[in-house]
Design a protein around this ligand. Structure first.
Ligand SMILES: *Cc1c(COP(=O)(O)O)cnc(C)c1O
Length: 371
C-alpha cells in the first residue's frame, strides 16, 4: 500500500462525508420513515421540525420553507415589500439577499459593512434611510450576529420592520436572543453546506406575531389556508417531509456541532500568525459558518494552500453593488469597506470534525506563505 505524504492529504473547506458517516443510519431511517408513510408534503415531520426549531431558537413561530431564498422572498412579501419600496441591505452578502428584494419589484439600497465584523452597522443604515424605506435587511455574515441593538432602535424610530438574513447564523446570538429570532422575521437556509444542513434545499422563517406567522404560512402555500381557497397570490415554497425528517436528526446535534466549530476557531486563533483573524465575539455565540481571515497577500496565501491540497475560499469576491446585475443602478457608488473585503478575505477550512493536526498544518502553511 502506498503511503501518502502529508502534502497529498487534502483538507477540504468542509467535509460533508465525515459529518454524514456517524449519523448515516439515523438519516437513512428518517428518510425510510417518510417513504413508508407516503406522506410527503406538510405532514407530521414538518410540524415536529417547526416545533423543535421554535424551541431551539426560543421564538414563537417557525415556518419552514423550501430554501433560504424562498424564506427571504416570503418574509419580504409578508412584510409588504413590493414595487416602489426600498430595502436597506449590506452589499457584502450572498446574492440571494438582494436578489429577493428585486424579484418583488423593490429596490435594494446597498450599504457598507464594518471592516472588522463584516456586518452592516446602524450608522450605515441610518444614512441610507429614505421615505421609501420599507424594510431593513441585515445579514449575520459568517455566523456572527450583527450588532442588533442600534439597528432595532433605528427601525423603531422610523417604524420599519427588520428582517434578518440569518442563513449563515443558526445558533448565533446577540443581547436580544438568537440571531434570526430578533426582528419582525428571520430567514434561515438549510442548504447542504450551512451549519444546519438538509439533503437538498430547505429553509425557515421565524416570526414573533401570530398574525404574521399565519400570513407566512399562507404565502408559502399559494396564499391558501383552506384547500382551494386563495386569499392572496403566494408561491409554492413548502418544505417536504423528507428534508424535515433529516433536519430533525441534525437539529438534535446543532449545539454540539456549533461548539465543535468554536473549538476549531479557538485553535486557529492560537496558531495563526501573519493574517488578521475574524472578530472575536465577546458573548461567545459566533457559530463560525466560516472562519474568515484578512490579508493583503490573500491570493498568495490561497495559492500556497492550494499547492498543499488545502482548500480555502473567497466569500465573496465581488460586493453586490458591483455585480453586473446591479452595476448600472449603482454606478458611482463607493462602499470602500466591502470593496476592500472582497480583495482581502480568505475563508479557511472549518467544520465540526476538523482535527487539530489539520488546523496546525493549515496555520503553518499560511505562515510560510507570508514574507
Ligand atoms: C445561503 C444563503 C442564502 C440563500 O439560501 P439558499 O437556501 O441557498 O436559497 C441567503 N443569504 C445568505 C447570506 C446565504 O448565505
Amino acid at each position: 500500500m502506498a503511503i501518502r505524504t502529508p502534502a497529498e492529504i487534502a483538507v477540504p473547506l468542509l467535509d460533508l462525508t465525515a459529518q454524514y458517516q456517524p449519523i448515516r443510519t439515523e438519516i437513512l431511517d428518517a428518510i425510510a420513515r417518510v417513504c413508508d408513510s407516503q406522506r410527503f408534503i406538510l405532514g407530521p415531520e414538518v410540524d415536529a421540525l417547526e416545533r423543535e426549531l421554535s424551541g431551539v431558537l426560543e421564538c414563537e413561530h417557525a415556518i419552514t420553507v423550501s430554501s433560504g431564498t424562498d424564506a427571504l422572498l416570503v418574509a419580504l412579501m409578508a412584510l409588504g415589500v413590493g414595487p416602489g419600496a426600498e430595502v436597506i441591505t449590506p452589499t457584502y452578502s450572498f446574492f440571494a439577499t438582494a436578489g429577493c428584494v428585486s424579484r418583488l419589484g423593490a429596490t435594494p439600497v446597498f450599504v457598507d459593512i464594518d471592516p472588522v465584523t463584516f456586518n452592516v452597522t446602524a450608522a450605515a443604515i441610518a444614512a441610507a434611510m429614505s421615505p421609501r424605506t420599507r424594510a431593513i435587511l441585515p445579514v449575520h455574515l459568517y455566523g456572527l450576529s450583527a450588532d442588533m441593538d442600534p439597528i432595532l432602535e433605528l427601525a423603531r424610530r422610523h417604524d420599519v420592520p427588520v428582517i434578518e438574513d440569518a442563513a449563515q447564523a443558526i445558533g448565533a446570538a446577540c443581547e436580544h436572543g438568537a440571531a434570526g429570532a430578533i426582528g419582525a422575521a428571520g430567514c434561515f437556509s438549510f442548504y447542504p453546506t450551512k451549519n444546519l444542513a438538509a439533503v437538498g434545499d430547505a429553509g425557515m422563517i421565524t416570526a414573533s406575531e401570530k398574525k404574521r406567522a399565519e400570513t407566512l404560512r399562507m404565502l408559502r402555500h399559494h396564499g391558501s389556508r383552506q384547500t382551494y381557497l386563495h386569499e392572496r397570490v403566494g408561491w409554492n415554497s413548502r418544505l417536504d417531509e423528507i428534508q424535515a425528517a433529516v433536519l430533525r436528526v441534525k437539529l438534535a446535534r446543532l449545539d454540539e456541532f456549533n461548539a465543535a466549530r468554536r473549538r476549531v476557531a479557538q485553535r486557529y486563533r492560537q496558531k495563526l500568525k501573519g493574517v488578521q483573524p475574524p472578530a472575536e465575539d465577546a458573548r461567545g455565540r459566533h457559530v463560525y459558518h466560516q472562519f474568515t481571515v484578512r490579508s493583503d497577500r490573500r491570493d498568495a496565501v490561497r495559492e500556497a494552500l492550494a499547492r498543499d491540497g488545502i482548500a480555502a475560499s473567497i466569500f465573496y469576491p465581488m460586493p453586490l453593488h458591483r455585480q453586473p446585475a446591479y452595476e448600472a443602478a449603482s454606478r458611482g457608488t463607493s462602499l470602500p469597506a466591502s470593496e476592500a473585503a472582497a480583495k482581502t478575505v480568505l475563508s479557511l477550512p472549518i467544520h465540526p470534525l476538523l482535527d487539530e493536526a489539520s488546523v496546525d498544518r493549515i496555520c503553518a502553511r499560511v505562515e510560510a506563505a507570508l514574507p
